[in-house]
Design a protein around this ligand. Structure first.
Ligand code: 5RP
Length: 235
């Protein structure tokens, strides 16, 4: 018998709960990552069963495009629409003010564009992602144009960060984003003011976007396992 992984169960349940928030006739931002993948799957299943209809998805990555196609969700680009009703996306860290670190999947640039445009931005996480202070468990991803990697790393060191170029897994060399850029993961000893750091990093020439999402989140759904039973609560 295969053992059930409780983290997978939490991700699945929270993805399902977020998919249940999607109403007919809406435009949905489709996030990236293993938790959002379950949300995309369940949105597709609700569409297929006829429970909801006339849904259009706005993808945040190549992964989201592939999953939306797999589960039968029609896609639109930002050029074809004038609103996003709801966006569903994962996160790597969530603080008590609902600020986030994202970019574990190197997709934070497109995610920030789509998630910020949504009337309602719903974050789906398992309880292990909750932190008191951003940066305590996860390095901060920064997407950088390739020719600027060295000067950007030096600028980040001057800000007190410890930068490292993200390397590929099962691929020689660095991770290349969907936009053809590179990702620097940065360890800061403390992130006291995420709003200020978000702006400061984006102001370094060559930086496209960083993974701090400040003041963007409307709701956080948290998957938990209590007494062996999966449950979902809202922050
Ligand atoms: C991708 C992201 C993901 O949403 C984040 O890494 C969470 O992923 P997962 O649900 O697989 O833990 O920001 O860039």
């Amino acid at each position: 018998m295969t053992a059930v992984d409780p983290v997978q169960v939490m991700k699945q349940e929270v993805g399902k709960a977020a998919a249940a928030l999607v109403k007919s006739d809406s435009i949905v931002g489709l996030g990236t990552g293993s938790t959002t993948a379950f949300a995309i799957q369940y949105i597709g299943e609700r569409l297929k069963s006829g429970e909801i209809s006339n849904i259009k998805g706005v993808p945040t990555s190549f992964q989201a495009i592939v999953l939306a196609r797999q589960y039968g969700i029609p896609l639109v680009s930002l050029d074809e629409i004038d609103r996003i009703d709801i966006a569903i996306d994962g996160a790597d860290e969530v603080d008590p003010q609902k600020n986030l670190i994202k970019g574990g999947g190197a997709a934070h640039t497109q995610e920030k564009i789509v998630d910020s445009l949504a009337s309602e931005f719903v974050v789906v996480v398992d309880s292990g992602k909750l932190v008191d202070r951003l940066g305590s468990t996860f390095l901060l991803p920064v997407e950088v144009i390739p020719m600027a990697v060295t000067p950007v790393m030096r600028a980040i060191e001057k800000l007190g960060g410890n930068p490292q170029l993200r390397m590929g897994v099962k691929k020689a060399g660095p991770v290349v984003t969907d936009q053809g850029n590179l990702v620097i993961d940065v360890k800061f000893d403390r992130i006291d003011n995420p709003a200020e750091l978000e702006k400061t990093l984006n102001n370094i020439p060559g930086v496209l976007e960083n993974g701090l999402f400040v003041g963007v989140t409307d709701r956080v759904l948290i998957g938990e396992v209590k007494d062996g039973q999966p449950s979902v609560r809202e922050m």
